[in-house]
Design a protein around this ligand. Structure first.
Ligand code: MHF
Ligand code: KIV
Ligand code: MG
Length: 269
């Protein structure tokens, strides 16, 4: 599948569904549930690897997790994040994109208004997702973006420039819904919103957030299941059973045949 498929969906007014995954079993279950695009974000750093910031994520980290997701969901369109400081020049962006494509990404995503990087990647045949609004790699405070008319106009101009450069998708993060709607209306490329209102062509969430596996709540998120609480309770029940001799049970193991047991006792007598 190629990015053009999602441009056709945009033209028909059909929403599509994007969700992060970082490992094979989660990717498999997302494919089974009918997710249209899996995103292997640099959010792997803070959500899975225990890093304090997205900035600590390396190209090796991304390749490792992209390959795992690709094994779990061989047929799903996969967008992979280029991590911090791996697209500072056209040559560096091309080398980094090659690495992620080799690992199994169909499309590479990077943060910021850099139409030259888009053109360089497109020239070499890569599909490209841009990402503006809140840029975790480049903004220390995680705050709403595009709150003034001037800031909003700048983001719209950036979006138009990236679209004109040939971007295949545009992630809009934490911007006002009216601005996201105007950007979505004016772009050829489908927009993928997170905290950017319902008028984007697609939505993305971090899977740990929708499953409530993380440590904090976000205003842009909806918790669809309390997996964190369920897992903690399951682990506590397992620990209690082990300590009280109730796990494992007979059925969780197996026995020596009576004749073998008798023979063993002779040998070691
Ligand atoms: N678990 C997780 N979920 C995400 O959505 C996510 C990541 N990680 N890592 C990468 C980026 C960073 N994102 C973030 C990070 C923080 C806020 C945040 O602090 N939101 C505030 C509102 C801020 C404001 O309104 O100015 C909140 O209270 O939810 C939002 C998106 C989205 N992405
Ligand atoms: C939140 C999404 C858009 C992202 O960039 C990530 O998961 O890293
Ligand atoms: Mg990211």
């Amino acid at each position: 599948m190629a990015a053009g498929h999602f441009v056709e969906m945009k033209k028909r007014g059909e929403k599509f569904v994007v969700l992060t995954a970082y490992d094979a079993p989660t990717a498999r279950l997302e494919a089974e549930a009918g997710v249209d695009i899996i995103m292997v974000g640099d959010s792997v750093g803070t959500n899975v690897l225990g890093y304090a910031s997205e900035r600590e994520v390396t190209l090796d980290d991304m390749a490792h997790h992209i390959a795992a997701v690709r094994r779990g969901a061989p047929g799903v369109y996969l967008i992979g994040d280029l991590p911090y400081a791996t697209y500072d020049s056209e040559a560096q962006a091309l080398a980094s994109a090659a690495r992620l494509a080799q690992a199994g990404a169909d499309c590479v995503k990077f943060e910021g208004a850099q139409p030259d990087i888009v053109r360089a990647l497109k020239r070499e045949g890569y599909e490209v997702c841009c990402h503006i609004g809140l840029e975790s790699q480049h903004q220390e405070g995680k705050r709403r973006q595009g709150k003034t008319a001037e800031a909003a106009a700048k983001l719209l101009a950036d979006a138009l420039a990236l679209d004109a450069a040939g971007a295949d998708f545009l992630v809009l993060e934490l911007i006002p819904r009216e601005l996201a709607a105007k950007i979505t209306e004016r772009l050829r490329a489908p927009t993928i919103g997170i905290g950017a209102g319902a008028d984007c062509d697609a939505q993305v969430l971090v899977v740990h957030d929708l499953a409530a596996l993380g440590t904090r709540d976000f205003k842009h998120n909806r918790r669809y299941v309390e997996l964190g609480a369920a897992l903690r309770a399951a682990v506590a029940a397992y620990a209690r059973d082990v300590r009280e001799g109730r796990f494992p049970a007979e059925e969780n193991g197996f026995s020596l045949e009576a004749a073998e047991l008798a023979a063993l006792e002779k040998i070691i007598a």
